[in-house]
Design a protein around this ligand. Structure first.
Ligand SMILES: Nc1ncnc2c1ncn2[C@@H]1O[C@H](COP(=O)(O)OP(=O)(O)OP(=O)(O)O)[C@@H](O)[C@H]1O
Ligand SMILES: Nc1nc2c(c(=O)[nH]1)N=C(CO)CN2
Length: 163
């Protein structure tokens, strides 16, 4: 909710400004039909690739603290949020703990995740899913609800990364 593009770009900037995290690549920004709770506005979704020496759980804590910085405008419980940051993959690891599951358990059924992911990593392998990502996307029903909203080369990367 709110100025979605601004929240996304500010979040990426905060991630990149963290001493232990380096943003390597970003996808285009996609406008996507809401999945699950459908009686809400469309989402903007994107995927980024980072390099980090943080452990997965430390990475989650960083992302949650950034989410909290942006969560002030939440007005409806379980309703639309300003920002949601998920870890999709971490190297080729499989992690199952109470706080963190990697690969993200619902990523392989979500076009709003897989299409931006495919844009930046065409050959990515999702541990536990024995299919190329392009094949998974082709079989998904919800891919029609995902369209490019702002091309990657239209995103102001300098505004993101200049301090
Ligand atoms: N890979 C992951 N990335 C982010 N959070 C995760 C992951 N695996 C488990 N979690 C847990 O999920 C919780 C996030 O729940 P949240 O309310 O944001 O879910 P959601 O974003 O609404 O739904 P979804 O998880 O289906 O996208 C966090 O508290 C975190 O502990
Ligand atoms: N299109 C879209 N739908 C969603 C999304 C999302 O990021 N994009 N996130 C959800 C919960 O995390 C639920 N539904």
């Amino acid at each position: 909710m709110g100025n979605k593009e601004e929240y996304l770009l500010k979040a990426i900037r905060e991630i990149h400004l963290h001493t232990n995290i380096q943003v390597l690549d970003i996808s285009s920004i996609y406008e996507t039909e809401p999945v699950g709770f459908t009686n809400q506005d469309h989402f903007l979704n994107m995927v980024i690739e980072v390099k980090t020496d943080l452990a997965p759980i430390e990475m989650l804590e960083v992302l949650q603290s950034i989410e909290n910085d942006f969560d002030r405008k939440r007005i409806v419980r379980w309703g639309p949020r300003t920002l949601d940051l998920d870890i999709l993959l971490y190297n080729h690891e499989n992690i199952v703990t109470e706080q963190l599951i990697i690969p993200h358990p619902r990523m392989h059924e979500r076009s709003f995740v897989l299409i931006p992911l495919y844009e930046i990593q065409k050959d990515i392998y999702i541990p536990g899913i024995d299919k190329p990502i392009a094949d998974i996307i082709n079989q998904l029903q919800d891919k029609e609800g995902v369209r490019i909203w702002k091309q990657k080369n239209g995103v102001d990367v300098f505004a993101l990364f200049e301090s």
